[in-house]
Design a protein around this ligand. Structure first.
Ligand SMILES: Nc1ncnc2c1ncn2[C@@H]1O[C@H](COP(=O)(O)OP(=O)(O)O)[C@@H](O)[C@H]1O
Ligand SMILES: [Mg+2]
Length: 246
């Protein structure tokens, strides 16, 4: 599987245990993602979704198994900081914006790992905030923004270094249904428009159904998969695509 050039993420037999082996969060998970694909991972609470995403993001080290990203085994890499800063964009449910920074400054945080000048960082942050429809809120702090707006700042921040892969863990989990749909439409527009690979985790099967492909996890393993998209979600997305991203 890893020999196929269009496989960008290739997870083989991944095992991750906690509590001295008593909890098997991942129990031999196998998972592949093609370049440019939008895949969702769903399943009941505690089935290992976040652990799998964190392992791909190199935030957790697995006990055994392999994770190849673009053919390179990340668990074997000695220095993962550039992979984390430039290889992937991360979006979490609790968007972890820094409360004392403005929207623009929050979006600039991942760019400190790069060689961009101060002016270039600010320009890029403002461009991304315009992309997510917050061009008029660049100087606002998180407390001055709604939940949906904060999540859009987090999406802009994930895009800061043009990562080829975006990993989103319950990105709509703290939002109401309208804001959830907007965040989902935005993520999908970004995935299509910027040709990024998007892996989205959601325990909510309706959110997961927006993806091109959905994989189901159970007890630390991939249990099944489907490529049936929800017609309702697809209709909303089609409607939103006819207008520019705002
Ligand atoms: N840091 C941790 N320490 C101990 N157990 C953990 C830790 N993180 C996750 N787990 C356990 O691993 C299992 C999978 O968790 P998780 O990947 O967070 O599930 P999901 O995201 O699907 O709800 C659960 O039983 C959870 O309690
Ligand atoms: Mg989780």
């Amino acid at each position: 599987m890893s020999e196929q050039p269009d496989i960008v993420i290739d997870v083989q037999d991944l095992v991750k245990t906690y509590d001295e082996g008593r909890t098997r969060a991942l129990d031999g998970a196998n998972f592949q993602v093609r370049r440019g694909e939008f895949v969702s991972i769903t399943g009941p609470s505690g089935c290992g979704k976040s652990t799998l995403l964190h392992a791909i993001a190199a935030l957790e080290r697995p006990d055994s198994g392999t994770i190849r990203v673009n053919g390179e085994e990340i668990t074997a890499k000695r220095d993962l900081s550039s992979y984390r800063a430039q290889g992937i964009g991360l979006i979490f449910q609790l968007h972890n914006l820094l409360p004392n920074l403005t929207a623009s400054e929050n979006v600039q945080v991942p760019m400190y790992e790069t060689k961009r000048s101060t002016g270039a960082r600010r320009e890029r942050a403002e461009e991304l905030l315009r992309l997510v429809g917050l061009g008029d809120k660049v100087k606002k702090r998180p407390t001055q923004l709604s939940g949906g707006e904060r999540q859009r700042v987090a999406i802009a921040r994930a895009l800061a270094n043009d990562p080829p892969i975006i990993l989103a863990d319950e990105p709509t989990g703290s939002l109401d249904s309208k804001a959830s749909q907007q965040a989902l439409d935005l993520l999908r527009d970004v995935q299509r428009g910027q040709a990024v690979t998007l892996v989205l985790v959601s325990h909510d099967s309706r959110i997961a159904a927006a993806a091109d492909r959905t994989v189901y996890m159970l007890d630390g393993k991939i249990d099944a998969e489907s490529t049936d998209r929800s017609p309702e979600v697809e209709t909303d997305a089609a409607a939103s695509r006819s207008s520019p991203v705002v």
